[in-house]
Design a protein around this ligand. Structure first.
Ligand code: PMP
Length: 282
């Protein structure tokens, strides 16, 4: 596999980053994951806009103007012959002698790699997945997409150990989001409910696209918090992310949601999203 590191496309075994890189020492870095479908990046302008915002929030530069990154991503996709999968990109503040304050003279690093895997047709989309609830122990600026992913990583492992697939994190009694996705329910009255944007959650690019499609399809959308009890009692539940599109959630803390099968709203939104992505990329 070819990866991109600071201006060069190299075999992964030749890629090098300093042990003094602040991404490694302080999780002082931000990232994006964009999906490749039919060999094309989907929803990528949204990911680039969020990257720019994350960088600005942390007072961090990019070694390459963000506007030039999509061409590099496309080149990496082409070099690795990825038809379906992901491009991961990470910008860190760069290498400097270890000190908490931001260094004045560090040059930021940009690394990118691809992952080839099925995204359009997956077992999770067909059968739905199970989640557990867990306290949200992440930091207070979840709107910034930083690489400090230990808390969600621990929650994901807790879910796996419990025989589930993911965790929905709860703060002050309400669901914030999944470990790497935004969380939704469909009420028995047919409303799609997902938490409103704030610093408590990541502003999902797929979330924005799916809510737009839902509204265009005349579905009712409510942006407000919901509890685990409301989700367990809902008609449907699902989550969204770049790499999973729209994925049905059929069980929460051992309780079946609805019939315990993927519901019609989640299925329809998934189809609408894939159709729109293919049309946009095509
Ligand atoms: N929330 C969190 C915490 C995430 O890590 C992700 C995935 N990056 C999402 C939501 C979904 O965001 P997106 O649709 O942009 O992938």
């Amino acid at each position: 596999r070819i990866v991109y590191v600071n201006g060069a496309f190299v075999p992964e075994e030749d890629a090098k980053i300093s042990v003094f890189d602040r991404g490694f020492l302080f999780a002082d870095g931000v990232y994006e994951v964009s999906t490749v479908l039919d060999g094309r990046l989907i929803d990528n302008p949204g990911h680039m806009a969020r990257l720019e915002r994350s960088l600005n929030e942390l007072g961090m530069g990019s070694p390459v103007p963000v506007a030039e990154i999509p061409a590099l991503m496309e080149e990496l996709v082409a070099r690795n012959g990825v038809a379906e999968g992901m491009v991961y990109l990470q910008v860190t503040r760069g290498a400097a002698d270890r000190d908490f304050a931001f260094p004045k003279d560090a040059t930021p690093s940009l690394v990118m790699f691809t992952q080839a895997r099925s995204v359009a047709d997956t077992a999770a989309a067909r059968d739905g997945i199970k989640v557990i609830s867990a306290p949200d122990m992440r930091w207070a600026r979840r709107d910034i997409k930083t690489v400090q992913l230990l808390a969600p990583s621990m929650m994901k492992q807790k879910a796996k150990d419990a025989g589930a697939d993911d965790a929905w994190m709860v703060e002050d009694g309400f669901v914030t989001e999944g470990t790497s996705n935004n969380a939704y329910i469909v009420t028995k009255a047919g409303s799609i409910v997902t938490r409103q944007l704030s610093t408590a959650i990541l502003h999902g690019i797929t979330r924005a696209a799916v809510l737009k499609l839902a509204r265009e399809a005349q579905l009712k959308v409510e942006e407000r918090p919901f509890t685990i009890a409301e989700a367990q009692d809902a008609a449907e539940a699902f989550y969204t992310s770049a790499s999973s599109f729209v994925t049905p959630v059929v069980e929460i803390d051992g309780a079946k949601v609805g019939e315990g099968r993927p519901g019609p709203v989640a299925k329809r939104l998934r189809e609408l999203y894939i159709e729109a992505a293919r049309a946009e990329a095509g």
